[in-house]
Write a protein that binds this ligand. Structure first.
Ligand SMILES: Nc1ncnc2c1ncn2[C@@H]1O[C@H](COP(=O)(O)OP(=O)(O)O)[C@@H](O)[C@H]1O
Ligand SMILES: [Mg+2]
Length: 405
């Protein structure tokens, strides 16, 4: 089964492009499910119909679902939530907080992941389109499996070696302790939920099955956020196979006001091309009205894909590779296939968490991950399509920055 994940900054048109992609695939005969994992669901609006927490038929071959953390919570998390609520009541805390408690950060993402995994196992569909929450949440979603894997092991060990043999028997005798110690079924439920996403990282980082498409507008803040997303997605080993520039003023837009805007957009489009190459870029024009309903979505799909099959994998190479070379030393390799002349000097300028690489007329921007942003560029060398940039820790910086992995 093919998975296509759409992300980007809020409001850029993720839902519209995701919906258009799903519609196009369905009309080409692929059994398609589109799920929205953004708690601020707008997928239903996009198709101009009501969707819910389980798949609803939208058109021939096309189903849609809006993941609901509350629906999922009551199914999969009730025992744990009750335990949290009980803990708080013991502390004398009451009111709505108690009800909200148990919705841990990352919970929505966790449920979304378990849905993705389940649909991949069920083989009911040929294509799963995931309409994600804005970039930050998506990155959290994609980094969760690692975090939760670790927590799961910790929790299993705690239960096995500490809680079960020591604390639970003890709590039977020490009255108040009993209030704090979770029962076995609390552990079981947590374990079950965490287990439901085991193996998801293999699925997400398998570029033959799963690719991410970054939707952006030709605007400064949007581009920066997408560049950051690209860096992190690369770090997680997740393939980004297409960039969609949405809301581009097309040739027919005229008038002085629009002429100025077109020039501004053109500048940002060129910046996107420099920063995201060699990932293929496609453009969707700004339409004179909102993208609502099947007819408008079809137009978006036509613009984004033309003759291409939306299920195709448009790009599969890795283009950022970061390696730890030793204590406080890293190498970041950037794939720069367009720079052919090895004798050209690379000029690497670091400002805060941004890096600009200039070689001849070629220029590329990269947003650094947090653990590199605090380091200093030592030098750069170009070999076989890759630019290797060496980083070392700055003098006087703490020996072990928090984010270092
Ligand atoms: N190319 C476009 N032309 C005109 N309106 C658009 C275009 N793309 C998106 N929109 C409109 O912009 C709004 C936000 O789009 P949406 O897809 O919901 O963004 P996101 O999911 O990124 O928040 C919607 O009202 C949508 O109809
Ligand atoms: Mg949306």
């Amino acid at each position: 089964m093919r998975n296509i994940v759409f992300t980007g900054k809020g409001g850029v048109g993720k839902t519209s492009v995701a919906a258009a992609t799903a519609l196009r695939a369905a009309e080409a005969g692929k059994r398609t499910l589109i799920i929205s994992t953004d708690p601020a669901h707008s997928l239903g609006d996009s198709f101009d119909m009501e969707l819910g927490p389980s798949p609803v038929k939208i058109a021939e071959n096309l189903f849609g679902q809006e993941v609901s953390v509350y629906g999922d919570l009551s199914l999969n998390w009730e025992i744990v939530r009750e335990h949290f609520a009980h803990l708080m009541q013991v502390q004398g805390i009451e009111g709505i907080y108690v009800e909200e408690m148990g919705v841990l950060p990352g919970m929505e993402e966790l449920f979304s992941l378990s849905h993705i995994k389940r649909y991949n196992e069920s083989r009911e569909y040929d294509l799963l389109v995931v309409d994600c929450a804005p970039t930050g949440e998506t990155l959290r979603l994609l980094s969760l499996p690692e975090t939760f894997g670790w927590m799961l092991r910790l929790m299993r060990n705690l239960e096995k070696y500490v809680v079960k043999p020591v604390i639970r028997p003890l709590s039977k005798r020490v009255g108040r302790l009993q209030d704090y110690v979770p029962d076995v079924d609390v552990y079981e439920q947590v374990d079950q939920l965490f287990s439901s996403i085991e193996g998801i990282i293999e699925l997400l980082s398998d570029g033959e099955r799963t690719t991410v498409r970054l939707v952006m507008n030709p605007e400064k803040m949007v581009i920066k956020e997408s560049m950051r997303a690209l860096t992190y997605l690369n770090l997680y080993g997740i393939t980004v196979d297409q960039v969609v520039i949405n809301r581009v003023y097309d040739e027919s837009a005229d008038g002085v006001f629009l002429r100025d805007w077109k020039a501004i957009q053109q500048g940002y489009i060129e910046q996107i091309e420099r920063s995201f190459a060699p990932i293929p870029i496609t453009r969707v024009p700004l339409f004179p009205k909102e993208v609502l309903g099947i007819d408008m979505l079809r137009k978006v799909g036509d613009a984004a894909y033309g003759e291409l099959d939306p299920l195709a994998i448009f790009y599969r190479e890795e283009h950022i590779d970061i390696r730890k070379e030793g204590e406080g030393r890293y190498t970041m390799k950037l794939r720069l296939p367009f720079v052919f002349d090895n004798r050209m000097e690379a000029d690497v300028v670091q400002v805060g968490d941004s890096l600009t690489v200039r070689i001849g007329n070629y220029q590329k921007g990269v947003v650094l991950p947090v653990f590199l942003a605090g380091m200093r560029v030592e030098g750069a060398s170009y070999e076989q399509g890759w630019l290797a940039i060496a980083f070392t820790r700055k003098e006087g910086a703490p020996a072990r920055p928090k984010e270092e992995r």
